[in-house]
Design a protein around this ligand. Sequence first.
Ligand code: 3HC
Length: 312
Amino acid sequence: TEQQLLDRFEARIDDGAFVEPKDWMPDHYRRTLVRQISQHAHSEIVGMLPEGNWITRAPTLKRKAILLAKVQDEGGHGLYLYAAAETLGVSRDELIDQLHAGKAKYSSIFNYPTLSWADVGVIGWLVDGAAIMNQVPLCRCSYAPYARAMIRICREESFHQRQGYDALLVMMRDGTPRQRDMVQDAVNRWWWPSLMMFGPPDEASNHSEQSMRWGIKRISNDDLRQKFVDATVQQAKVLGVSLPDPELRWNEAREHFDFGPIDWDEFWRVVGGDGPCNRERLADRAQAWDEGAWVREAALAHAAKSTTQRKA
Ligand code: 3HC
């Protein structure tokens, strides 16, 4: 019966087994993974836009080459993740249509503008730093194709974070006072949205319980957020920037940093489509899709021609 199948499935998950595409899985498990993997893929692709904004204006050829490599990596991460989602029986076109129609979510963080070159370093340090914190546990996600994609992605993410932090160190150590102010201004704008990347508080998270039961989410939103704050406060000290939270202080009893309240109204407003750049991001993606149609058509025509030649 369905219940016996579910019991056996959950027993396998409890034993630390991984689920492959051909294995039996509850519909809810499949739907949860399609939801999460597709949103993750959309995040990678939309995430190329804020950073790509600075490729033509990077201050040196070295920084331009690094940023080009990073943005290209994000595109690749999107492709791995769309491919992982396809193993669950959805088509990539269907997922991309949902994104362009404004029906799909992607990480709220990419709806903020990149106003200066320092934003590129701060995104590498804080946004990729938060992404790594969230993606390392996903390397042990019970759905094997997702976990395998994560292992490859995490290796490249650590380069993304290191290049960002390095760029900021150069600006803070060798930069002019104006460049140092530029870094501090970017930190002030990206700190709270980076904390929101981990999702709503555990008690407001409607998926966490089931996702943790099924080994999709290995660490809760709040625990990962706390881990990120604890690690980042020290890095900010080395960098010589302050974090825009007057309540941030070490709590000896908890052995963690206490931090101030997050503006969840802002979070839900941005998630709901009303952030600073939501409309611009979707318009850019839809335009890129339309302008790239000829490449897809040419690739399909070439594939069809070479198949015919092989058959002849
Ligand atoms: N932005 C947008 N939506 C968010 C969000 C965020 N930061 N955090 C949560 N949400 C949404 C959830 O999708 C869910 O909505 P839905 O039911 O319509 O899908 C709702 O808020 C409730 O949140 P939950 O915590 O209950 O949802 P999840 O269990 O899915 O947890 C998550 C949210 C921790 C983001 C989880 O989905 C996850 O780990 N996703 C995969 C990793 C990911 O997407 N990371 C951020 C992308 S950054 C990136 O990868 C680019 C990097 O290279 C720079």
